[in-house]
Design a binder for this molecule. Sequence first.
Ligand code: PMP
Length: 290
Amino acid sequence: MQLIPFDNRTGFISMNGKIIKWNKAQIHVLNHGMHYGSCVFEGIRVYNSKIFKLSEHTNRLFKSARLLDLEIKFKKDEVKKQTLEIVEKQKIINGYIRPVVWRGSEMMAISSKNSSTNIAIAAWSWPSYFSPEKILEGIKMVTSQWKRPSPESAPTDSKAAGLYMICSLSKHKAEKKGYDDAMMLDYRGFIAEATGANIFFLKNKEIFTPIPDCFLNGITRQTVIKLAIKLGIKVNQQYLKPSFIKGCDEAFLTGTAVEITPIKSIDNYVFKSREISKKLIQEFKKKTTK
Ligand code: PMP
């Protein structure tokens, strides 16, 4: 599949409240967001022309911005409206939305309080490429050398671009070694999450998932927990040591991009079953296509 580079596509992007041509949505190279990491973003799905959990994602965008001391100059309802407008303008039926907020180019220094806070919202088509059978095969993961930092070291509750530095490093290294993704531990050595998704395990038909106290409590994670409870599955949120994996029957990732993706193996341990993952995928599909 030939991918068109993102800076060479046609269409429109919403930038600071105005819809402009895709190729005109540019920033200067001397940009605080890029140099100093004053940048937060969101990832949202569109299913059958409907935006999934728009309010939740917009709330998180504002929370992330606040945690990075960035003041979005629009109200939440205005940002939601801009998101709906760009999805319509781009004629998205099944796709992905990427809102991004960053500090501008007025000053080039660590302190840049008087610089502008900008917002852009891009949306593009992103149909599902994998068949359900292919998804059920699962992905191969490896433990990363990088650890999720403590909430005392970084604003871990935000979807801040800077927090993805160690995610990209982990994922690149995993892919180089022939894996699909990396599992990250936290600063205490407990299992945290994947590089862009939350992680779940199944043992004796009960769900176990880490407590999100130093990484994102994903919107998909919260949806899947509710679906599991509705199906009568017990959900345990607890600190999990890496040794917990041994003896687990199933494991899967949750996230806006990965939806629910079963894990085939982590390091040398292979998960044999897909029984409950399959049920949750079916229930999640019902929720997103209704
Ligand atoms: N953790 C990380 C690091 C992520 O990038 C994501 C994707 N936003 C998630 C978890 C899952 O969050 P959500 O389900 O809200 O997409």
